[in-house]
Design a binder for this molecule. Structure first.
Ligand code: FES
Length: 134
């Protein structure tokens, strides 16, 4: 699945957010570049299953060394997703397979993590009324 242009991910910069389905349920995921390599994880803390960014797409601490959860400060190694300190003790982020090739970043679905359907009108949305004649 095409995710973004490689140049959209600056070294230790803002992450690109994207939506996936994990076991059929919607979950936000993110990809960022760390030490030249693109990594991607579900945006879900191992301490409490909530999203971690302190601003949309901002996951790294002030020193740009760790992914940090904005809720209680759990720290994760960006390269591996393993807990590096704080309340995530022994936990890790759930990773996604990403590949950077020919200037593009792609992610690969797995048996459990699938692409979210494209946003658009759902069958539950009310029909658009016809234009009124003037
Ligand atoms: S919810 Fe992330 S550290 Fe507690």
């Amino acid at each position: 699945m095409a995710l973004c242009a490689a140049e959209a991910l600056a070294e230790r910069g803002r992450a690109v957010l994207f939506d996936v389905l994990e076991y059929g349920r919607p979950v936000r995921a993110f990809a960022l570049r760390f030490d030249g390599r693109v990594v991607a994880y579900l945006n879900r803390c191992a301490h409490v299953p909530v999203e971690m960014d302190w601003n949309p797409g901002e996951f790294l601490d002030a020193d740009r060394e760790f992914i940090v959860c904005a809720i209680h400060g759990a720290q994760y190694h960006p390269a591996t997703g393993r807990c590096a300190g704080g309340p995530c003790r022994g936990g890790r982020l759930r990773g996604l397979n990403v590949v950077e090739q020919a200037g593009q970043v792609h992610w690969y679905p797995s048996r459990d993590i699938r692409p979210a359907p494209a946003a658009g009108p759902s069958p539950a949305d009310p029909p658009t009324p016809p234009p009124t004649p003037s």
